[in-house]
Design a protein around this ligand. Structure first.
Ligand code: HEM
Ligand code: HEM
Length: 198
């Protein structure tokens, strides 16, 4: 007899657009940093722009966990989450946690600004303008720093919740929160929107 109270062990969280966006952006940024060839650098960097634009649109039109409304929280909620994390007891979230959500915004902005200044430094008015090249280099380094913090956050969160978040960004699936740590995230979009404490 089927047990209607039984929750599935896994939930599908990251759709194909989010996953493709993530790993192609990470790959392109790595190429822009590592490959010492101007044409390759510019091609990789420029490709980042439409991909990030698509992700931003997806943040309004995509499935629930891809939406900004699901993971962009007020600063107070981000700080409260970071405090809980420092105490070793952050609540588990099926989508991005509040600190992760803030980091997503920072990463998207830095990706746009870095690629944008790189592009601008190659246009007619921007070519040879030193401050533009300097700004491009500064933004690229800030992006690298943010990615470092991002990866540390992902690994820390994976460890604290005993789960493989990197694997989830590959498969799209995450363990359903059956331990009661986040029941509000287990009943679909409406419940998430209504009950999510941030
Ligand atoms: C240049 C490098 C990278 C950039 C720009 C980047 C950017 C991002 C962005 C924007 C998101 C949000 C995804 C979305 O909602 O669309 C994200 C999520 C994520 N990234 Fe990265 N990332 C980078 C490298 C990495 C690496 C190397 C790893 C693996 C260690 C990683 C693991 C993850 C994971 C697991 C998530 C989901 C976090 C969660 O569960 O809330 N990222 N990343
Ligand atoms: C997210 C994408 C990008 C990243 C991470 C990135 C990163 C970097 C980094 C780390 C440097 C070296 C800065 C230094 O000299 O210390 C650089 C230089 C440069 N980038 Fe990018 N870049 C990106 C996109 C672009 C784009 C789209 C273009 C042009 C279409 C571009 C054009 C250049 C040029 C021309 C330089 C040499 C500047 C100079 O030495 O005067 N970049 N970039």
């Amino acid at each position: 007899m089927p047990n209607s109270r039984r929750l599935p062990a896994e939930r599908f969280v990251w759709d194909g657009v989010v996953r493709l966006f993530h790993w192609s952006t990470a790959g392109l940024v790595a190429i822009a940093f590592v490959i010492d060839n101007r044409a390759v650098h510019e091609a990789a960097g420029l490709t980042v722009l439409p991909i990030v634009a698509l992700r931003i649109l997806w943040g309004f039109a995509g499935p629930v966990h891809a939406r900004f409304s699901d993971f962009v929280k007020p600063p107070g909620a981000v700080i409260a989450y970071l405090r809980a994390m420092a105490a070793g007891r952050p609540p588990r979230h099926l989508g991005h946690n509040p600190a992760g959500g803030a980091m997503v915004l920072a990463l998207l902005a830095l990706l746009l600004l870095t690629a944008g200044t790189g592009w601008a430094s190659e246009t007619d008015p921007g070519f040879g303008v030193q401050w533009l090249s300097d700004l491009h280099a500064l933004l690229a380094n800030l992006l690298l720093l943010a990615v470092g913090v991002h990866v540390v956050g992902v690994l820390l969160s994976s460890w604290l919740h005993r789960e493989n978040l990197v694997g989830s960004m590959i498969s799209g699936r995450k363990r359903a929160g059956r331990d009661g740590a986040e029941p509000q995230h287990e009943h679909g979009a409406a419940a998430v929107a209504r009950l999510d404490p941030g």
